[in-house]
Each structure stands twice: as C-alpha cells, then as structure tokens.
Design a protein. Structure first.
Length: 421
C-alpha cells in the first residue's frame, strides 16, 4: 500500500534534513514491562497502515508513503531521575531526525520510574495532527491495559479522493476555480520579497504550566457568561499579553488551527492525517477586553463559516510546482504573527485502568523550520487546563515568553473581578 504525499505533508516533510517533530508526553502510575509496550505498539501499527510506512521518492523526486511490514516503532528507555525529565527529553526529541527511508515516522520514549513513568509518542508532523495523536494514545492505553482489546481497523486515506466528495472533486467548475486560485497564489508567492537568509533561531525553549480544576472551571464559567468559547477567550488573553510585553514589536495576530474533521466527515477521529485549516484573529485596540471578546467571537464564527476544506485541498494539490517557493517564503519571509495558538480542548481519554492510572496528559509540543516557531498549545484533561509554550530566542526571547506566560496566568486568575466589573 502506498500513496503520494499531499502538498501540506510535503511542505512539513521538507527535504528530510530538518526535523519537524510533535511530542505527546503523558504520565502513568503503575509498573510496566517492555513486552507489553511493544505488543501495544505493534497492534496500533496493525490498525494504522501509515504507522508502518516509510517514505520513498519516485523518479520525479516526489515522496510517497509506502507501507513496510518490516518496520517497528523504535523505543528509547531511560531511567527517571527528576519530576520534569519529560521536559528536557521533549526538547531532545525535537531535534532527532527520522530516518524515514528505513523507519516509521513515529517513535516511543519511556522514562522509567519505580511508581510512575513518563512516556512520549513522537511523530513527524507530516504524518499526523493532534487529533490523530490523541486517538493513537487512547488505543495504546487500552491495549497496554488489556492486550485483547479490539481497537478496530482503520480504512486509511489513500489520497484527496478519500477526503473531497467526488461531485466536488470531479466538477469542472470547481477544478477550474481551484486551478485558477492555485496559479494566482503561485504567481504571488514568486514576487513576494523574502530575506536571503533564514532568521537565526538561536536556542529553543519549552514552558509548561497548568490551571487546577477550580481555576479551569472558573475560566469555563466566565466564558459561558460572556457567550464566548474558551478558545476565543484564550486567544484574546494571549494577544493582550503579547501587546503588554512586546509593545510595538507585537503584531496583534494569532493564527489558530481549525480541526478539518469539523467540516470533512470523511476524515474520522482515528484517521492518521495531518492536514489543517487556519484562521487569524486580532484585538481591536479601540475597545476594552470584554468588548473585544464579543467582537472576536463574531469574527471567529464568520471566518470559520467561510472555511472550505475541499476547495482548499484542491487548490493546494494543483500547486505542487510552487512548493519550493512557498517553503522559501515561510522560512525566509518576515514574521507577521505573534504566535500560533492551538487548543485541543477536553481530551476524552479514560483516567482509571485496571492495571494503571493515567495521571497526566501534558499538552503536545512541536517545533519546526518553517519560520516563526512561537507556538502555544493547550489541552484539558481531568478538568485541568495544561499549557505548552515553545519558541526560540531569535523570534521571541525566553524572558519575554516568561513574562507573557505570567500575564496569561494573571488574566485568568483575575476572572472573578472581571466578571464583577
């Protein structure tokens, strides 16, 4: 089984010389043995063919996912020494290239402790998104607890025809529209001025914090009272923090990934897939925070309603010849966003198992070579909101990132007085 990489997947893969890795850490309380972990990973590979895929290039140097029955998910084991070993190990995994010609685009790390172990899935970002990763984590835990658990079989996406309905994909009008937009975009990309050199990232960093159940619930209740989503509130809070700390250096723009599964029901929750949609949000400096929440919510709903995953995919698939110029623009173009903000929402994975307890799921971290690395990811597990904030000194100095983190925490802690006022 094989399929050609889609435009977005090729962009994330690059030429294979620069890592673009996503790390999903979690903490288990219990005792484990290597054979059970290996078995669970093998069963996951049986279900998901692309977790057994290597990448091969054809005669035109186009990369293809190609399933190999020989490959197994590599496991790295180390002794747990400190409570936050997983933070340092996450950063180490950012930089490790995948030998994708011979090994799968996923690996596993086990930080082994006596009573608790921290474990990590590491994926190449071209393989899967946060939704896919959480589905795989859920399956792994069920199999680790019960080797006989039936996780089913994935019917993998074999190409754009498995996502875009045939009446759209084969429509002469839609094909013409996609091709025209693709040509216009390709032409525009060629003439946009870019720097000759990429920005020097310098050292990268990863910050992590969480709100307890009480604070997390207070945040949710406040959002309900304002009739805005948690995502909108957090975007506004992040923008406000960037403005306060960075002042004239702030762009007043945050880009937000939108789960394509909301719009394309052909992509199931457990599909291994990495295509994303995006919107950009900003604050209106003429108004206060609460007024901005309502304005931003209206803007988010309007922009989201206009998202069309089918035509977007068709446009991108018509523009493979523009990939080099587009990648160059992302790497060398001037940064225009403060950060990317991704909210995975509530993670619906069980906490108690027969053989162990899932104590924590830490928000995923990701860092790659395509321009500004500043990214914030949040997720909610067991009623607690967890945040991962990653970046690079060359884009956002760590001391400013720490100050932005403190401002976000301060705004959330002040919710009671905000609600009263």
């Amino acid at each position: 089984m094989k399929r050609r990489l889609l435009f977005g997947e090729r962009m994330l893969l690059g030429d294979g010389t620069e890592p673009f890795n996503t790390v999903i850490p979690f903490r288990l309380k219990g005792t484990f043995n290597l054979k059970d972990i290996q078995y669970a990973l093998e069963k996951i590979q049986e279900k998901h063919p692309w977790l057994k895929a290597v990448i091969q290039h054809d005669e035109k140097n186009i990369p293809w996912f190609e399933v190999s029955e020989k490959v197994k998910i590599p496991i790295r084991i180390l002794a747990k020494k400190e409570e936050n070993d997983w933070l340092e190990e996450s950063k180490k995994e950012w930089y490790k290239l995948f030998n994708y010609k011979e090994q799968p685009l996923m690996r596993f790390v086990w930080i082994k402790g006596e009573e608790t172990s921290d474990m990590m899935f590491v994926f190449h970002h071209c393989l899967c998104d946060g939704g896919s990763a959480m589905a795989v984590l859920d399956e792994f835990l069920k199999l680790l607890d019960n080797p006989n658990y039936d996780i089913g079989v994935e019917h993998p996406i074999l190409g754009i025809h498995d996502v875009v309905p045939s009446e759209i994909l084969n429509s002469s009008g839609q094909k013409f529209k996609a091709k025209m937009i693709g040509r216009l975009a390709a032409t525009a990309i060629k003439v946009i001025p870019v720097n000759k050199k990429t920005t020097d990232r310098q050292s990268d960093y990863l910050l992590n914090w969480r709100f307890d159940k009480e604070t997390s619930q207070e945040l949710i209740s406040y959002c309900k009272s304002q009739k805005v989503t948690v995502n909108t509130f957090l975007c506004a809070t992040v923008l406000k923090a960037f403005q306060k700390i960075r002042k004239e250096k702030a762009f007043n723009k945050v880009s937000c990934p939108v789960d394509i599964r909301r719009f394309a029901n052909q992509i199931k929750a457990d599909h291994i897939f990495a295509f994303g949609l995006m919107i950009v949000v900003s604050l209106n400096k003429k108004f206060g925070f609460e007024e901005n929440l309502k304005l931003m919510q209206e803007s988010v709903e309007k922009k989201t309603s206009k998202l069309n995953p089918y035509i977007t995919m068709m446009v991108m698939e018509s523009a493979h010849d523009a990939l080099t110029n587009f990648t160059k623009l992302l790497k060398n173009g001037k940064s225009s966003n403060d950060c990317m903000f991704s909210n995975l929402g509530r993670i619906p994975i069980a906490h108690e198992y027969k053989e162990f307890t899932l104590e924590n799921i830490f928000s995923p971290s990701v860092i790659g070579p395509l321009g500004n690395t500043t990214t914030m990811v949040t997720s909610t597990f067991r009623g607690e909101m967890d945040f991962a904030f990653m970046g690079s000194e060359g884009y956002l100095p760590q001391n400013e990132a720490l100050a932005i983190r403190d401002e976000v925490i301060k705004t959330v802690k002040q919710l009671e007085s905000l609600a009263v006022s």
